[in-house]
Design a protein around this ligand. Structure first.
Ligand code: ATP
Length: 305
């Protein structure tokens, strides 16, 4: 469990490989359930899945409508039963806490407040990141998404006449914020400055709404915790500090490289690759120490009980 962007998907794959059991992952992010908008919804890529089987990730047609928590309980419950029947370990990962609650809660429990009675034996991990640090990271992630194809993906979405019918994805962050921009079309001639400001405004709103989502998600997790759910909190703030620091360093290095034109022409590419690997190694070390090792310990202990 955890807010958007906190590293749940990575942890789920790392744990599935390290826990000593064969595990399969069930997605519980209500937007990632659907086919499409892979960049904007931040779906884990196939290489990042590292051979671990994923369920309910991009499997549904957004034109079939919005899934309710009760629908998710049925679908994900069937996936849990299927995985368990094959002797494997189900790992549920995703930020939609209403879906997680609906899947796990025992229906005979109280309906008017958080019920601590669950229908499975669960081990909960909550990756927490100090909000200002996470928000800083999320804003940069939006810029990165824009650079790696979010706008093209959204242009495709809006260019299809059937988009209003893809109700499953209409609330996905980026879709409402960019609607006006795509409706303006690109044949407005002298409207360039207007288009630019509409675009900038949309990107600003996407950042704001992503941070707001993260804040709401943490609020819901804390509600579950105070309602009696035994959540193990793992603090990933230092990992994010390290990632942000490494990115700043990369930008500085890039500026230096560009200035040293000769280096950029000859050994520039190689130096960039080396620095990138070194920086990744630095934050991955912190990840292993602060997040991965404590999580493996918690899960192994749970599995032995
Ligand atoms: P709510 O009851 O507010 O829908 P929830 O716990 O069921 O909350 P959340 O995961 O918090 O589900 O999603 C709330 C909203 O956040 C979604 O309707 C959507 O607008 C946005 N959202 C959630 N996940 C994503 C995602 N992966 N990509 C884009 N937007 C998302």
């Amino acid at each position: 469990m955890g807010a958007t962007g906190c590293g749940k998907s990575k942890l789920s794959v790392d744990l599935s490989i390290a826990c000593g059991y064969e595990a399969e992952i069930i997605n519980s992010d209500k937007m990632q359930l659907y086919r499409g908008l892979d960049i904007s919804t931040n779906k884990i890529s196939i290489p990042e899945r590292r051979g671990v089987r994923h369920h309910l990730l991009g499997d549904l047609d957004p034109a079939d409508g919005e899934l309710t928590p009760a629908d998710f309980r049925d679908l994900a419950g069937a996936a849990v039963a299927d995985i368990a029947s094959r002797g494997k370990l189900p790992v549920v990962v995703g930020g939609s806490n209403s879906f997680i609650y609906s899947l796990l809660v025992d229906r005979s429990g109280p309906e008017d407040r958080v019920s601590p009675q669950l229908r499975y034996d669960c081990c909960f991990l909550w990756i927490d990141v100090a909000f200002p640090v996470l928000c800083d990271y999320l804003c940069r992630r939006v810029d990165e998404m824009v650079e790696t194809g979010m706008m093209e993906e959204m242009a495709d979405f809006y260019s299809s006449e059937s988009w209003p019918g893809r109700t499953g994805l209409l609330k996905s962050i980026g879709v409402p914020e960019l609607e006006w921009y795509y409706k303006m079309g690109d044949d407005e001639g002298g409207w360039d400055t207007v288009r630019r400001s509409v675009y900038e405004d949309a990107v600003r709103k996407i950042k704001e709404n992503t941070c707001r989502l993260a804040e709401r998600q943490v609020g819901k997790i804390m509600r579950l915790k105070s309602g009696g759910w035994d959540l193990h909190r793992v603090d990933s703030t230092d990992v994010f500090r390290e990632r942000l620091r490494a990115e700043d360093e990369a930008e500085e290095e890039e500026e230096e490289l560009v200035m040293m034109t000769a280096a950029a022409e000859s050994g520039g590419g190689q130096q960039r690759r080396k620095s990138k690997i070194k920086r990744r190694r630095q934050w991955v070390e912190v990840w292993e120490k602060e997040v991965m090792d404590p999580s493996v310990k918690i899960v192994k202990q749970f599995l032995q009980e």
